[in-house]
Design a protein around this ligand. Structure first.
Ligand SMILES: C[S@@+](CC[C@H](N)C(=O)[O-])C[C@H]1O[C@@H](n2cnc3c(N)ncnc32)[C@H](O)[C@@H]1O
Length: 234
């Protein structure tokens, strides 16, 4: 699916819909060094590097990393890109960062409480004091309680593709990415609720967690498609 990911995302539309949210956020926190632990094909790592941040990009998938390297080359961006699994980040990464980012609903690839705790503990250890962890998720509270809807405006903006869940259960949301009647991809994700992920962040030691809904500070709980958490290590 890595070769199709950029079509699912549509870089121009995604950039437009984010409207500099992450760049502004990181600048507000005085961030210089950023670690993107779910770089995928490199969308955020490349744009942040272009904005002057000192970025390292990692991912657990060789295919995604190969595509990220190709995209960095196309954008003429020099980027340190390497393989690292979230559960063992500190084994592979020695440096410490002002910000760690994990975007694109990535963390919800994890299914078990102990894996969330291990991954978030690893992130916490990689941050300087005063650093932030920026992690987003689909609004699973809305999906589980109200059913799936999408503004088709954020994150996955590709036009030639239909995206919708084919399974919605308390412990599993399976999303279909349909390019045509015969070309379909599926992702199985863990529908973690906002308060549970927030609790895991506090349990790992973060002192404050602020949540944005579709990039807005004020929102009704069921309204946004995506939630973005900013956890501070004071
Ligand atoms: C949905 S993609 C998001 C990619 C990118 N952040 C974006 O927003 O376009 C999720 C990424 O998480 C990576 N991933 C999933 N589990 C991982 C793990 N345990 N360790 C490292 N990366 C992982 C996948 O390889 C994939 O590239």
């Amino acid at each position: 699916m890595s070769e199709r990911w950029d079509e699912i995302v549509n870089w121009e539309k995604r950039k437009e819909s984010e409207d500099g949210f992450f760049e502004t956020l990181l600048k507000d926190y005085g961030v210089i060094d950023v670690l993107d632990i779910a770089c995928g094909t490199g969308f955020h790592a490349i744009h942040l590097a272009k904005e002057g941040f000192n970025v390292k990009a990692t991912d657990g998938s060789d295919e995604m990393l190969a595509q990220a390297r190709a995209n960095a080359g196309e954008h003429n961006v020099e980027l340190e890109i390497g393989k690292a699994d979230w559960l063992t980040l500190t084994k592979n990464i020695d440096e410490r960062y002002d910000a760690v980012i994990c975007l694109g609903n990535a963390l919800t690839h994890l299914f078990y409480r102990e894996y969330y705790q291990r991954a978030i503990n690893e992130v916490y250890r990689l941050l300087h004091r005063g650093g932030i962890f920026v992690v987003d998720q689909r609004n699973y509270d809305a999906i589980l309680d109200k059913g799936y809807t999408s503004k088709h405006k954020y994150y996955y903006c590709g036009e030639e593709i239909e995206i919708h869940p084919v399974t919605i259960q308390d412990d599993l949301v399976k999303i279909e990415y349909k390019f045509s009647a015969i070309e379909k991809y599926y992702l199985s994700l863990h529908p973690i609720r906002r308060d549970i992920l927030t609790r895991y962040l506090f349990e790992a030691g973060f002192d404050e967690v602020r949540t944005y809904g579709d990039f807005e500070e004020e929102f009704e709980p069921y309204e946004p498609d995506f939630l973005i958490h900013v956890a501070e290590k004071k």
